[in-house]
Design a protein around this ligand. Structure first.
Ligand code: HEM
Length: 176
């Protein structure tokens, strides 16, 4: 059977939903949460950050299962085998980055008792998240993920604008 022209519609929906949610959580974490004092006013922003983060984790796990179970378009090419290898590596690292952020975030919340503070209403936030080593891991993973997302967007633009090969249509829902 020949390769389809597009990814499975569920993969397309999860791709764009998680792209939006990951960028939202990266921006909110980097520019808002990190700088807020750990007082009662931080509970709401933490609740939305944690809920979105857990949703990203669950959607990414679903995505990996669906990706393995459905036929995918033929591997994309840039005409340069080194760049093609970087493309494949970037996609694997993006999956690992999304999973790593979710897992380290849940680990931090478990260690610091955030689940009962945020969802259970106890409202107690630890004075400093950096007291838990996993907070440093969550920060490093965030920096790596920002780099990967920028690389991914740059590569998509390269295909669309310079090579004009219509690669983005693979990540859209259509009849063919
Ligand atoms: C893909 C999912 C996620 C992304 C993209 C993300 C992103 C971020 C970023 C960028 C930061 C600031 C890091 C820094 O610059 O040092 C941060 C901090 C944090 N994140 Fe996440 N996160 C995700 C998932 C989660 C989850 C699932 C939880 C908990 C259930 C969580 C809890 C936290 C907490 C508690 C902080 C510390 C805030 C502070 O230092 O005041 N994150 N996150």
């Amino acid at each position: 059977m020949s390769n389809p022209k597009r990814y499975n519609p569920w993969l397309v929906v999860i791709h764009w939903a998680t792209a939006l949610l990951i960028i939202l959580n990266l921006l909110a974490g980097t520019f808002v949460l990190k700088w807020m004092p750990n007082d009662a006013a931080k509970i709401m922003p933490l609740a939305s950050h944690m809920t979105i983060g857990i949703l990203i984790l669950v959607l990414t796990l679903f995505r990996i299962v669906i990706r393995r179970a459905t036929p995918t378009p033929a591997p994309a090419t840039t005409g340069n085998s080194f760049l093609d290898k970087i493309g494949v590596a970037t996609h694997i690292l993006l999956y690992l980055g999304a999973l790593g952020m979710g897992i380290s975030g849940v680990g931090l919340a478990l260690q610091s008792g955030l689940f009962s503070s945020v969802y259970g209403g106890t409202g107690a936030i630890p004075p400093d998240f950096y007291a838990y080593p996993v907070r440093t891991g969550h920060g490093f993973a965030a920096t790596a993920l920002i780099g990967l997302v920028l690389l991914h967007i740059g590569a998509a633009l390269y295909h669309q604008v310079i090579r004009k090969d219509g690669l983005m249509s693979r990540m859209t829902i259509g009849k063919d």
